[in-house]
Write a protein that binds this ligand. Structure first.
Ligand SMILES: Cc1cc2nc3c(=O)[nH]c(=O)nc-3n(C[C@H](O)[C@H](O)[C@H](O)COP(=O)(O)O)c2cc1C
Length: 229
């Protein structure tokens, strides 16, 4: 597959065939993904392949809890988990929690997360992250840039083998819970739970903003950058 095709068509897959992924294939996916970039090339990731059913169910429940918060935010008309959320926003989302539980579907992705063919918990070693914005006194984002390219590489490498998946973060809302389930030490953070498997269908068209909608010349509010700028 052409690299540009892969970039343009690797969408989230949340529905999988009842078909397992051999360990040899998973190994090759991780073997490709490890070439991701990271600050100082410190490769702070650690992957836990969650096979144990009890641990999977526990992670599903933690995910579901976060998912209900997500739905509650949507029902309240908010951007879920925005770093700029006010106390009023948080209260508005909390007031929709019961409504969010009510819209739960028994066969939905969150409700059946424990049954995905492959479940990976991807951790990051806090001591090894290059958090260049750590002293700015605002929400920090730079440290994540040393771990999510690896997560994305896992998804691209899976795609190259006819597999699909999705990076998820709902369960990380209850990081201490995830730590307890998987015996993760305190100097590690949980970046993502990734689901992988054989897709029931392959998305070919992704919905994304155009270049000129997010690119400007010289200043943030400069002229939009178009192909004939
Ligand atoms: C940082 C991050 C966190 C995400 N968390 C979740 C998640 O917890 N659950 C989920 O189903 N999808 C999650 N996604 C997938 C996004 O919903 C998806 O990338 C986006 O909606 C675009 O959808 P598409 O790939 O189908 O076009 C996450 C994606 C990213 C990059």
């Amino acid at each position: 597959m052409e690299l540009t095709d892969a970039i343009r068509t690797t969408g989230s897959v949340r529905a999988f065939l009842d078909q397992s992924v051999p360990d040899e294939v998973l190994y090759t996916i991780l073997d490709d993904a490890r070439f991701a970039p990271s600050g100082g090339n410190r490769q702070a990731w650690h992957v836990i392949i969650v096979k144990d059913e009890r641990r999977r169910r526990a992670l599903r429940d933690l995910y579901l809890d976060g998912w209900r918060d997500y739905v509650a935010h949507v029902l309240a008309g908010l951007v879920p988990f925005s770093p700029l959320a006010s106390d009023e926003d948080r209260a508005a989302a909390a007031s929709k929690r019961s409504a969010a539980i009510a819209v739960s579907k028994p066969d939905g992705f969150p409700e059946t997360l424990d049954q995905v063919p492959v479940m990976l918990a991807i951790c990051a070693d806090l001591a090894a992250l290059a958090a260049t914005d750590r002293d700015l006194g605002r929400y920090q984002i730079a440290g994540g840039a040393s771990i999510y390219p690896f997560v994305w590489n896992v998804l691209l490498a899976a795609r190259a083998r006819g597999l699909g998946g999705v990076m998820t973060t709902m369960a990380t809302r209850n990081e201490s819970g995830v730590r307890e389930v998987l015996d993760i030490p305190h100097d590690q953070i949980v970046a993502s739970i990734v689901a992988l498997g054989h897709p029931t269908s392959q998305v070919t068209k992704l919905t994304r903003r155009t270049v000129q909608e997010f690119t400007t010349i010289d200043t943030f509010d400069g002229e939009p950058f178009t192909s004939n700028s």
